[in-house]
Design a protein around this ligand. Structure first.
Ligand code: ZN
Length: 591
């Protein structure tokens, strides 16, 4: 029996970046069927208006055109049809967004998220769908294959028919097509594959071995079996880029090709650790957010903002576990982990936004602030990723310390998994605090409430000491500071950001200003750096800058750089108790 909703997609014109999509509805609504494209994609909390990329659209039935009226920015209504007639809409989607969030097509490959290309059939989104993926006509694309975790009705990895139980499932399986590399491994007894699109010299066996350890560790954390039958890491390789988006049994990644391991690579590079951390992050989301989901997202309402104050747990705890998994799974050493953790601490301390916005507020306002950062973001926004990760760390340390290592954040994650992930019941806005109260007591729950809703810095040094780890804060640079971030466009000294209460802000400089001279000498990014290395805090600079093409002068008094650079060290003479706690926290090589 044919599926009630049938989609067909074809990369009709790779050079023009156009997919042609058809959606056929067996039983359209009797009063005129409405079709609607999502305005955002789950996992990326910003209204993106994907409908703006629909170029041409028409409706037809039995070969005859049907009137199609646009009724809002993302919706169309087809004229009512006599009962028994099926209805099709056919449209072109412009796909030239090289990110993990939308769709991309050229003669080298195609990639799409269903939320960018498949119109939802209003009132019928719970019905099963069939998807037919057709190959491009271009003979240059004859070696293309298809990568997706949608179940295949024909042959896996090929063009042909796939199925989805409903619209939500259809759009939660990104699809890659092209001449990609496949790297297979097994974790938790299940097949996993990495798909690499773009040129590379990846050491496949090395990557497979490391990812297998990471995935196996996370499956064991939540308890086997994993909540999917197979898993795909769909990776688009570029010269420079970074990003990931989680899905129920796959992830779409954008990564630097140089971040991949190569044959003969000795210790993991910074870039490789970053790539493994990204894979680990998205994989952890298979539980935390894809299945343990805020009640505010069940179901997703894809035409408007879905508000929750809990992204500090869904993104923050996931960020805590992404790097922690690497050390617990034995992929990196304890020292490497502490370095990564110190970077997260520094990132949080660097922005004064942390003193103004709580992570609960940052979560709620993700749609207009975290995802739409402007020049004032460091002064106004705290990252629910980074500070949320530190809240996860602080909870983990406290749970371990108060139970002599018997309990940890792992138990909180498992409780959330049993209570919400396995049941499909959304996490209410107070659900994380409730789980922490159950496992860690009322005092810890109160601490969490305050940490999440307040803007005080977390007492990490105090919490790390019982684990034989010391936190020191050092100046962020060796030279005095202007309190700005440069735009980094070539050699020009254009100010991208001006930090609160810093020398530049006190002197009246603004984002966008172009510094051109200091004490009568021409400036560029390099000479500015050299100049700062010869000056001390308290000295005054006479600066010339252009603002909107008008020359302006400024007197700026240099200051010492703030002590925002975190350094974590394992204490060599830690007590046996501290060593035991540390071994429980960091696993194996913690010493
Ligand atoms: Zn995430």
């Amino acid at each position: 029996m044919p599926a009630p909703i049938h989609y067909r997609i074809r990369p009709t014109h790779p050079a023009a970046h156009l997919f042609t999509v058809e959606c056929r509805v067996a039983t359209p609504a009797t009063d005129g069927q409405v079709f609607r494209l999502p305005a955002w994609i789950p996992g990326s909390y910003m209204i993106r208006e994907f409908a703006r990329h629909i170029v041409r659209i028409r409706a037809h039935s039995d070969g005859r055109d049907v009137a199609l009226e646009k009724i809002d920015k993302a919706s169309w209504r087809a004229a009512a049809l006599p009962s028994g007639q099926s209805l099709s809409v056919e449209y072109e989607v412009y796909a030239w967004d090289l990110s993990v969030r939308a769709a991309h097509l050229d003669q080298t490959h195609g990639f799409f998220n269903g939320s960018s290309v498949f119109l939802a059939v209003e009132g019928q989104t719970d019905l099963p769908c069939e998807l037919e993926i057709l190959p491009p006509n271009d003979p240059a694309c004859c070696d293309w294959a298809v990568a997706t975790t949608l179940p295949a009705l024909d042959e896996a990895w090929s063009f042909g028919r796939y199925r989805a139980a409903d619209y939500a499932e259809l759009i939660d399986h990104p699809v890659e097509m092209g001449g990609f590399t496949r790297i297979a491994f097994s974790a938790g007894g299940l097949p996993h594959e990495v798909v690499l699109s773009g040129r590379h010299d990846c050491d496949g066996p090395r990557l497979a071995a490391d990812l297998a350890s990471i995935c196996a560790w996370q499956i064991a954390l939540f308890g086997a079996p994993a909540p999917f039958e197979r898993y795909l890491f769909l990776t688009q390789l570029v010269g420079d880029g970074y990003g990931g988006l989680e899905h129920r049994s796959s992830t779409a990644l954008l990564a630097k090709r140089d971040d991949l391991p190569w044959a003969g690579m000795d210790t993991p590079t910074e870039g490789y650790k970053r790539f493994l951390g990204l894979c680990s992050h998205e994989y952890f989301h298979s539980w935390n957010v894809k299945r343990i989901t805020p009640a505010a997202f069940t179901p997703y309402r894809l035409h408007e903002e879905n508000y929750t104050r809990l992204l500090w747990a869904f993104e923050g705890f996931t960020s805590y576990y992404d790097d922690l998994t690497l050390v617990r799974a034995g992929v990196i050493a304890a020292d490497d982990y502490l370095e990564l953790l110190a970077q997260t601490i520094s990132n949080v301390l660097r922005g004064s936004g942390r003193l103004k916005q709580s992570v609960a507020e940052s979560s709620f306002d993700a749609w207009i602030k975290y995802y739409r950062q402007d020049e004032n973001a460091p002064n106004a926004v705290v990252s629910y990723y980074a500070k949320g990760a530190l809240i996860g760390l602080a909870l983990d340390l406290q749970l371990r310390a108060q139970s002599a290592g018997e309990r940890s954040l792992d138990d909180v994650m498992r409780l959330l998994w049993q209570r919400h992930g396995q049941t499909g019941i959304g996490v209410p806005e107070d659900g994380i605090v409730a789980a922490v109260r159950e496992l860690g007591g009322a005092g810890l729950a109160r601490w969490l409430q305050k940490a999440v809703n307040g803007t005080e810095d977390l007492p990490l040094d105090k919490l790390l000491r019982p684990f034989g780890v010391r936190l020191d804060l050092q100046p962020a640079s060796k030279t005095p500071t202007l309190g700005i971030k440069l735009a980094g466009n070539g050699g020009e000294c254009q100010i991208a950001q001006v930090f609160d209460d810093g020398p530049a802000q006190r002197a009246g400089l603004s984002a966008g200003d172009v510094l051109i001279a200091c004490d009568g000498l021409r400036l560029n990014a390099k000479t500015l750096e050299a100049l700062l290395s010869r000056r001390r805090a308290g000295e005054t600079l006479h600066l010339h800058a252009f603002r909107r093409d008008e020359l302006m002068e400024f007197e700026l008094e240099l200051a010492d750089p703030p002590a925002t650079q975190a350094k974590l060290t394992l204490q060599p003479r830690a007590s046996a108790k501290a060593r035991a706690l540390r071994a429980g926290w960091l696993g194996q090589a913690a010493g």
